[in-house]
Structure formats: structure tokens, C-alpha cells
Design a protein around this ligand. Structure first.
Ligand SMILES: Cc1ncc(COP(=O)(O)O)c(C=O)c1O
Length: 479
């Protein structure tokens, strides 16, 4: 088992920071008196330690990563270089507008690019993640209906409609904003059921939250009818834009009739998703909701860029300073680099998913057998009956240098295997993956007990998942 860096240190008592600083360089009164217990290793031993850790990790540079809903695609390294330019990394967010013109210009231009891809009238870059964008967007909807013009008519608008295929963050965000969530069932085609909407729609409904394509990877064919029904009722439509890589250049939330949208920059636009790293979930709104955006929004007057706080009805600030700036730089770099090819990104993402779907259906069940967008959901029911459920298919894949797909989500598919190949994989990789999936199905048919031994080649083999979930031990305790 790998030792942690503290255990490798040759000075377990820790070092006193004041010992490391030239006498007189920092005033005595500012020096910490208590030892910091920092591990002490040579540069070489430190490098070896982190290299060993990184070798144990799985990443897109190591192999195929078809984690459905998460868009684990390859992000060009040039984005990292640009986000690490000194002018960006050494800029302090408290510097004046005058001294931050370059950064503000970048943010202003990014807002404009995002207006173009979403079709929305105004953008705020502040939210730090998709769920955070949802929260900010639902706060806007809440504040919009809290206005006197609605209250005086006796409107309460306390409810939000959410399809049963929705990402879990949707009901969570609505609830955090004080809304009651009404779940509606999908129809037999995996689409939002219009009749189910009509059955629950009344004057208390503030909004519907939808993602399109939905989490089954299917495009909601009736979206225009749905948006008409909602608007006729005085309600708003929230677009969960986490799946934006499926539609760029072909359509946008505005054309579909949505009023508020968030986008996961850390999925589609140049920053990797996952790993707990920083993200960005900018939100966009239609004109009538512009004044409610979180401040500041970046503006430009007479060629000078500035942070505009003059939004009378703003929901306030939702993040320290101006959001995760490095992620915004990567997104802008990615958009500039791709240009009109953003459309090709979506084309390839959709093509790859349909290719895999067609190759794997039959061997694995495909409950919703329709042309998909950027992802699709198989079911491992047949394999479960043969003796190895979806969980074991996922674990077996790890022995094939492949990250498992998302499993058991969305909840409406039993034994769900959710696959998103993304646009950055070539046909050879897709074919290799198909071959592996067919091999595993064959193994389960012939000798499921063997599959249940996986994973055998990973640095960590079988783990007690219940114990890990119920009693996680994540801290290093100094004895
Ligand atoms: C459809 C959908 N909505 C919302 C989110 C939440 O985004 P985040 O993880 O950045 O909070 C995700 C995450 O992948 C998603 O797939």
C-alpha cells in the first residue's frame, strides 16, 4: 500500500517555518511559533511520490472514458497553457477595472459567445458549477414571480415540474430555492409526456426544468409544444444545458422556447469534468429576466470594460469575486479555436454515440431504441439474469483499461449502462470498446463467476463499498 507523504517524511515532527526563513527577513511578530507539521522530502522524493499516485489514477490520457452524462472528453492542452499565462494567473481580483482590462475583455467576449451559442439575451459568468448555475437560475425565477405585478394578482407560483429522467441536481436546486417539485413520468418513447404536464399544470407552477437532449440521450421532439403550453400558463422554462455538446450550431435553448439556461463550461468547453476540480456554470436569460442576473456582469462603454453592478433586481452575488476565472479562459480559448467547428463537435459526438449504440444493441438490451444524441442508455438486465449485474460489467471493464460507464442512472432504466463516447475518440477506439463489451457479454453467458472476480488488474482490487460509503475514513490522523 502506498504510504502517504507524511509517512515518507524524514522529519515526522514537522518543521518550524521560522527555521526556514532568513533571520530578520520577516518581522519576528509575524512568524508562526507552532511547528506546522509539514512533511519534509527532497524534490526528487516528492516527485516520485506524486508520480506514483498519478500512475494509480485513471484519466482520459490513459484510456477510453465513456462516463455517460459526464462528457469526459479530451480537452486540448493549449487551453491549460493559455489559462496559465502570467497576465492571468498574477492578476488579483481586487485590482481596479482599469488595471484588469484584458481579463474583463475576455469575460465580455465570452459572455457574447455564450449568448450566440445559447441564443439568450444576457449572460452571467459567476456560478461555479452546473448545479450552482441551476441554483442561480431558479433563484431568478423565484425572484421574478415575487414581483408585485404577480403577487397583486394573487399568483403564488410555488411549484416546479421536473421529468423523472432529470439529473438529480434539478430537484435539489429547485428545492433549495423553496419550490415544491412535481415529478412527471416519461412516456414509452422516453420523452416528456405532454399529457402528464397538462395533468399537473396550474397557476401555481412557476417553471418546468428540462434538459434537451434528456438524460436518456434523446431529443425532446415536443419541446415547442411544451414551451407553448408552459408560456400560455404564465410559467417559465429552465434549460439544464449540461448536455450542450449535443446541439451546438444546430439549435439552441432560445429557439426551443426556454427562458433561463445554464451551461457546464467544464464539460463542453475546454475544462475536464469531475475530480472535484473547479468548474463554471454560467447562466443565460431572456431579456425580461436580465435585471435579475447575479452581479457583476461585464459590460463595455466607450471601449472600456467594466464590472456592472447596476442590476436593480439582481439576486445578488452567488460566488466570491467573478467566478472561476481560469475555467472561463479555457472556455474562451476553446470557442476561439473551434469557431464554426463547434457544429462539427456536436456532429461527431452524436455520430459516435449512435455508432456504439447500433453495435451494442442486441447483445445488451436497449430499452429506448431510437436515434440518440450524444449518449444512450443500455440495460444489463439480460446479463443480470445470467449471473453478473451491471455493477460487475463496470468492474470487469476496469481490467480492460477502460473507465466504466455511468451505471444505475438514469433511474428509469433498470440495470442502466449509460454511455457517452464523446467526439474526441476515433473509430478504432470505438471498435476496440465494442469488442471488449461483446467479449464481456460472452464471458457472462459462459462463466459469470469469473467476471465476478473483477477487478483484478487495478491498483486497488475489491473494496467494501458499503463500509466506504457509511464510514469513509478520509483524514490523516497524526498519532
Ligand atoms: C444533466 C446534468 N445536469 C446538471 C449537472 C450538474 O453539473 P455539475 O456537476 O457541474 O454541478 C450534470 C453533471 O454532469 C448533468 O449531467
Amino acid at each position: 500500500m502506498t504510504k502517504i507523504i507524511f509517512e515518507k517524511s524524514d522529519n515526522i515532527d514537522g518543521i518550524n517555518i521560522s527555521d526556514c526563513i532568513e533571520t530578520g527577513f520577516i518581522d519576528e511578530k509575524f512568524l508562526r511559533k507552532i511547528p506546522l507539521n509539514l512533511p519534509q522530502l527532497s524534490e526528487l522524493e516528492t516527485l516520485r511520490h506524486y508520480k506514483e499516485l498519478s500512475d494509480k489514477n485513471f484519466c482520459i490520457e490513459k484510456g477510453f472514458y465513456p462516463l455517460g452524462s459526464c462528457t469526459m472528453k479530451y480537452n486540448p492542452k493549449v487551453n491549460e497553457m493559455l489559462a496559465n499565462l502570467e497576465g492571468f494567473t498574477n492578476l488579483h481580483p481586487l485590482q481596479s477595472d482599469e488595471n484588469s482590462q484584458g481579463a474583463l475583455e475576455l469575460m465580455y467576449n465570452l459572455q457574447n459567445s455564450l449568448k450566440e451559442v445559447t441564443g439568450m439575451d444576457a449572460i452571467s459568468l459567476q456560478p461555479a458549477a452546473g448545479a450552482h448555475g441551476e441554483f442561480a437560475g431558479m433563484m431568478i425565477i423565484k425572484k421574478y414571480f415575487d414581483q408585485e405585478q404577480f403577487k397583486s394578482k394573487g399568483e403564488k407560483r410555488t411549484k416546479v415540474i421536473i421529468p423523472d429522467s432529470a439529473h438529480g441536481t434539478n430537484p435539489a436546486s429547485s428545492r433549495m430555492c423553496g419550490f415544491d417539485c412535481i415529478e412527471i413520468k416519461s412516456n414509452e418513447k422516453g420523452q416528456v409526456d405532454i399529457e402528464a404536464i397538462k395533468a399537473v399544470l396550474d397557476k401555481d407552477v412557476a417553471a418546468i426544468m428540462m434538459t434537451n437532449p434528456n438524460t436518456l440521450g434523446l431529443f425532446e421532439e415536443n419541446i415547442l409544444e411544451i414551451s407553448k403550453i408552459m408560456h400560455d400558463n404564465g410559467s417559465l422554462l429552465y434549460y439544464d444545458g449540461a448536455n450542450f455538446n449535443a446541439i451546438m450550431g444546430y439549435t439552441n435553448p432560445k429557439l426551443m422556447g426556454f427562458d433561463v439556461v445554464h451551461i457546464n463550461l467544464h464539460k463542453t468547453f475546454g475544462t475536464p469534468h469531475g475530480g472535484g476540480g473547479p468548474g463554471a456554470g454560467p447562466i443565460g436569460v431572456v431579456e425580461k429576466l436580465k435585471d435579475f442576473l447575479p452581479v457583476p456582469v461585464i459590460d463595455c462603454k466607450d471601449g472600456k470594460y467594466f464590472r456592472n453592478y447596476d442590476f436593480k433586481k439582481s439576486i445578488g452575488k452567488v460566488k466570491g469575486f467573478y467566478g472561476n476565472f481560469g475555467v472561463l479562459v479555457r472556455a474562451y480559448a476553446y470557442i476561439l479555436m473551434m469557431g464554426k467547428n463547434l457544429k462539427k463537435v456536436s456532429e461527431d459526438a452524436v455520430l459516435s454515440a449512435n455508432y456504439l449504440k447500433e453495435k451494442l444493441k442486441g447483445t445488451y438490451d436497449l430499452p429506448y431504441d431510437y436515434p440518440c444524441m450524444h449518449e444512450f442508455v443500455l440495460s444489463g438486465e439480460k446479463q443480470k439474469e445470467q449471473g453478473a449485474s451491471t455493477l460487475w460489467i463496470a468492474k470487469r471493464l476496469m481490467d480492460e483499461n477502460t473507465h466504466p460507464p455511468t451505471v444505475y442512472f438514469p433511474l428509469i432504466v433498470h440495470e442502466a449502462i449509460m454511455l457517452e463516447p464523446t467526439e474526441t475518440e476515433n473509430k478504432q477506439r470505438l471498435d476496440e470498446f465494442v469488442a471488449v463489451m461483446l467479449k464481456i457479454a460472452n464471458e457472462i453467458e459462459e462463466n459469470p463467476a469469473e467476471v465476478l472476480k473483477s477487478p483484478q488488474k487495478t491498483p486497488v482490487k475489491k473494496i467494501d463499498e458499503t463500509l466506504a460509503a457509511r464510514q469513509p475514513d478520509l483524514r490523516y490522523k497524526v498519532s
